[in-house]
Design a protein around this ligand. Structure first.
Ligand code: IPE
Ligand code: IPE
Ligand code: MG
Length: 252
C-alpha cells in the first residue's frame, strides 16, 4: 500500500523523475565559472558575468514552479574584493542592473528577496537598490531568493561572535545560554533552515567560504557545467540525484 502511495508522488518533470513530496526545502548554489565560460568563447570576463546573471532567471523560475522554499545564491564573496577593481565595478553594475530589471517580475511572482553578508561595504547606490528590492518583496510568501553579497562563512561567524559578546555586555546573557540554537539565531541566515542541497558549478570541489555553519549536513552536488550554461534542467537533475540519497545525520 505504502509503495503505491510513494510511487504516485513521483512526477516526470522535463524528463526527470521528481518526487514532489520530497522537494528540498532549501537549495544553495555556488554560481562559479563565468570567467571560464567567457574565456572559452574568447570574450571578456564581463560578458561571462552578464551571461551568468541571465542564467539566474531560469533557475529561479524552476525553483518557484516546483515549490522550493529557499534558494541561496552566492553572488559575491568576502574574498572577491581581491579581484581587479574593474571587474568588481562590473559586478556592482550588473547587480544594480539585475535588481532594476528583474525585481518587479519577481515581486509579481510572489518571490521574496533576502540577502546575507555585510552589504555595508558596497557603494551606496548598490545598497539602496538592494534595500528597495527587499522592502518591496518583504511580505511575499513564495520562493525566498537569498542572495549572498559580500558574504563569507568566516566573516558571518565572526560578526555573530561579536553580536553575542555585545549581548553579554549589555543584555545579561550568560555563558550557559550559549548553544547551537542561540548561535544560529545570530547568524545572517537566522530565519532560514539549513540547505538540504548545495550545488557548485564549473568543476571546482570546494566551499570557498560559503555557508560553513549551515552546510554541516547538506548534500553536495557538483557539475562541470559553467554557471552561464546552467539551467532549470540541471537543477532538476541535481534534485533527482539528491532524492536518491539517504540522509542519516549521524544516525543509522
Ligand atoms: C563566478 O564566476 C562569479 C563570481 C565569483 C562573482 P567566476 O568569475 O569565479 O568565474 P571563473 O571561476 O573565473 O571561471
Ligand atoms: C566563489 O567562487 C564565490 C562566488 C561564486 C561568488 P570563486 O570563484 O570566488 O571561488 P574560488 O576562488 O575559485 O575558490
Ligand atoms: Mg570562480
Amino acid at each position: 500500500m505504502r509503495a503505491i502511495k510513494d510511487m504516485s508522488s513521483i512526477k516526470k518533470i522535463e524528463g526527470f523523475d521528481i518526487d514532489i513530496e520530497k522537494i528540498p526545502k532549501h537549495i544553495a548554489i555556488i554560481m562559479d565559472g563565468n570567467g571560464r565560460w567567457a574565456q572559452k568563447r574568447k570574450l571578456p570576463r564581463a560578458l561571462g558575468h552578464r551571461a551568468g546573471v541571465d542564467a539566474i532567471r531560469d533557475v529561479i523560475e524552476t525553483s518557484s514552479n516546483i515549490g522550493i522554499s529557499y534558494l541561496s545564491i552566492y553572488a559575491f564573496s568576502t574574498e572577491n574584493w581581491k579581484r581587479p577593481q574593474e571587474e568588481i565595478s562590473t559586478l556592482m553594475k550588473l547587480l544594480i542592473e539585475y535588481l532594476r530589471k528583474e525585481v518587479k517580475e519577481l515581486h509579481k511572482n510572489n518571490v521574496r528577496i533576502n540577502t546575507i553578508g555585510n552589504i555595508k561595504k558596497f557603494p551606496e547606490d548598490v545598497q539602496n537598490e538592494i534595500n528597495k528590492a527587499k522592502e518591496l518583496t518583504e511580505h511575499n510568501n513564495g520562493l525566498c531568493v537569498n542572495i549572498a553579497l559580500n558574504y563569507g562563512g568566516r566573516d558571518e561567524i565572526t560578526r555573530t561572535v561579536k553580536k553575542i559578546c555585545n549581548e553579554f555586555l549589555n543584555d545579561g546573557l550568560v555563558i550557559d545560554d550559549i548553544d547551537e540554537k542561540l548561535i544560529n539565531a545570530y547568524l545572517d541566515s537566522s530565519n532560514i533552515p539549513d540547505p538540504d542541497l548545495l550545488i557548485r558549478t564549473s568543476g571546482e570541489y570546494r566551499l570557498s567560504n560559503f555557508l560553513l555553519w549551515q552546510c554541516a549536513y547538506s548534500e553536495l552536488w557538483f557539475t562541470e557545467v559553467h554557471w552561464p550554461d546552467f539551467t532549470g534542467k540541471h537543477l532538476l537533475q541535481a534534485i533527482e540525484d539528491f532524492q536518491k540519497r539517504q540522509r542519516r545525520f549521524g544516525g543509522i
